[in-house]
Design a protein around this ligand. Structure first.
Ligand SMILES: [Zn+2]
Length: 431
């Protein structure tokens, strides 16, 4: 597996198989033998080719699309018929960077020491539902307590709670004292809360990767540089050594896991790409050398413009709830991200849709589309990137189908007003 897109596709295939044996007990009843006809007035079945078709009927059997027929030909004698004649129908949306088990708020630092892993899983169930209702049928969760996020992923897969299918990283692999470790509390509290995924030195970092794989990680997330929201004045530059990065990428790839890196500073971005990393989250200070490395590796950039926009807005508002260390970094990095995405896109770097939601509010994920368009992507490109390999409506694909009223190719903010959500053949929303 070379790309995040491929990982999403692989995940979709495995969860579909799991879903076929399950009966969701929430919104909608799933019967593996049932047939549903979705009559679509306008249909963007494959964002990769951008063709909008008129008056089609999607035939869904169990959790899969089996056929696309011309005209509105749903047969009520054979199954359920869903009328989306006035709607614009497209594949379920994919967000490749979220944090479902929490959301930034004035109490975030207190919650780190008051919410148990079980509490966080329950909070995650609330946000997973909100994410699904916003039309996102697949997400990658890039940083959460192992116990909380793996339990949530499995519960959704088993149909126990509604939510998007989740590719979960679990706990981020990070250096001691770095972004991803616990920081800014009294030392004995930090000793208690620091995770097994925190490491120092190449050997220890291989151990951290392998520990994450053993615990159930689908993908390895690392923090290659400092971060805005860690409560430490440690900057935004490279934190792992080159030797540690090589050990991490090598040990992850040998176990079939991709590695994606949180990275702002250019030294950390370029060191991680030189080590063979698969994708970069944020990418704030990338330069021409980074662009060459992205293209040489076929690596993805996930610019998370919504997170940059959000932290800059909070840090400069009268209601700023960030600490002084967080505020300084938010004002420094946030405003640079739009221009960074524009340069990378113009140079031909592959851009994937990801929001870092959990920084901003769950359910607002689709606001990223308008920011990507401001950074120079067309609405189709902004959508295409999320669904490069996984998200299309075609026979044999999981029936992940969403719809809005207007045309998102002329006004991408239509995607912020979701009207219909089906995931794996189950309808969760029909306004
Ligand atoms: Zn993040």
């Amino acid at each position: 597996m070379k790309t995040l897109g491929l990982a999403l596709m692989a995940l979709a295939a495995t969860t579909t198989a799991a879903f076929a044996q399950q009966t969701p007990t929430t919104a909608g009843v799933f019967d593996p033998g049932s047939t549903t006809f979705v009559e679509a007035g306008r249909l963007l079945a494959d964002p990769a080719n951008g063709v909008v078709q008129r008056d089609k009927t999607l035939v869904i059997r169990g959790n899969q699309v089996v056929e696309i027929r011309d005209g509105f030909v749903g047969d009520a004698a054979q199954g359920r018929v869903i009328d989306l004649h006035q709607a614009f129908v497209l594949p379920g949306l994919i967000d490749s960077h979220v944090h479902l088990t929490g959301q930034q708020n004035p109490n975030s630092r207190l919650e780190e020491v008051t919410l148990s892993d079980a509490d966080q899983a329950m909070v995650g169930a609330r946000y997973a539902r909100r994410t699904l209702m916003a039309g996102f049928t697949t997400v990658a969760d890039l940083g959460a307590s192992n116990q909380a996020i793996f339990a949530l992923r499995n519960a959704i897969r088993n149909g126990d709670v509604p939510g998007p299918r989740i590719i979960a990283a679990g706990s981020a692999v990070s250096i001691h004292g770095g972004h991803g470790d616990i920081n800014g509390y009294r030392d004995d509290v930090m000793h208690l809360l620091s995770s097994e995924s925190i490491c120092s030195g190449p050997e220890d970092c291989m151990r951290a990767v392998r520990t994450q794989v053993r615990a159930g990680a689908d993908i390895i997330k690392i923090t290659a540089t400092g971060g805005v929201l860690s409560n430490t004045a440690a900057g935004l530059n490279q934190q792992f050594s080159d030797e540690e990065l090589a050990a991490i990428v090598g040990s992850a790839h040998r176990m079939g896991r991709q590695v994606t890196a949180h990275a702002h500073g250019v030294d950390g971005i370029n060191a991680f790409l030189r080590a063979g990393g698969d994708s970069i989250e944020h990418g704030t200070y990338l330069d021409d050398q980074s662009i060459r490395l992205f293209k040489a590796n076929g690596a993805w950039l996930v610019p998370t413009l919504l997170a940059g926009d959000f932290v800059a807005r909070i840090a400069s508002s009268p209601d700023n709830f960030f600490t002084p260390a967080q505020t300084a970094k938010a004002l420094e990095a946030g405003p640079k991200m739009l221009d960074m995405a524009r340069r990378a896109h113009q140079a031909g770097v592959k851009i994937a849709f990801g929001t870092d939601t959990g920084v901003s509010a769950h359910g607002d994920n689709a606001q990223e589309f308008a920011l990507l368009v401001r950074a120079g992507l067309t609405p189709l490109e902004a959508h295409l990137r999320i669904s490069n390999e996984a998200g299309k409506i075609a026979p044999g694909m999981p029936a992940d189908i969403v719809a809005v009223s207007g045309d998102p190719l002329s006004d991408v903010t239509e995607l912020e007003r979701m009207k219909f959500v089906m995931k794996s053949g189950v309808v969760y929303r029909a306004d």
